[in-house]
Write a protein that binds this ligand. Sequence first.
Ligand code: ZN
Length: 304
Amino acid sequence: MQIACSAAELIRRAWERGIAVPGFNIPYLPMMEPVVRALRDTDSFGLIMVARLEWTKFQAGGPEAVAEEYRRVSDPRHTRLHLDHVPVIDEDGRRVDYVRIISAALELGYDSVMVDGSRLPLEENIAATRRVAEMAGSFGAAVEAELGAVLGHEAGPPPPYEELFASRRGFTDPAEARRFVAETGVDWLSVAIGNVHGAISAARRGTQKIRARLDLEHLRAIREATGLPLVLHGGTGIPSELVRRSFAAGIAKVNVATAIRQPYEALVESSPQAACEAVYSTIVELVRNELCVEGSARLLAERR
Ligand SMILES: [Zn+2]
């Protein structure tokens, strides 16, 4: 059985069923094939993703190179192609021509795109997101946006985590989220509820990620306010039991980057093949025993 429906529909089904779709970032093109193979071997469904910083700071090549590799290795029962973080202002504080990048990706056939206006004031984030939602609508692609600050990509020392969690600094505000969703027409919202991104600066990308926690009470308040599938960025390093509990509280997509990038980087120089197998086995373990979404391809293919 093939899944013929859109990315938006598939994520909505996951959300309604209290499960989540993992999205896997591809900073190096050879990582894509073992990701797809692991999804197929566990009969699960996931998104293949690339973020702008993965072609500016890693070796993903660009949206076109990723789309080409995707056409070669993808499997429509198990995968969709997602353009992750295209920031309006990037992690180094520079303005990005996000409209040009996103429209090119839509032309290339990306099934969903993310515009990240989270470093902008609310009004400007709304305006940028609405613009992208209008662009994507004509391609039938889904749009993800971010409200609140999922920190960690910035250069410099990591945020003092316990202080951040206790103060809820940067957490997505439910009232703002309600307004944001109503005014933008976004499909999925990336939220800040204690999650942080893995470090990507050259000096720190190999270091152990912070053990983060999630404020599930806060997540439920955002779900109540928005009524939309919510997205958990920075999925690596959060206790898996908490991640699973977040699925019942509104998370329908969980982004995974550091957990597969670090084993790949550790092995690729000595053995590219072993590096790919490390990606494969990490995903099988994650899908089976941490996210517990083995068999999700079959579940999501069924209309209820
Ligand atoms: Zn992210």
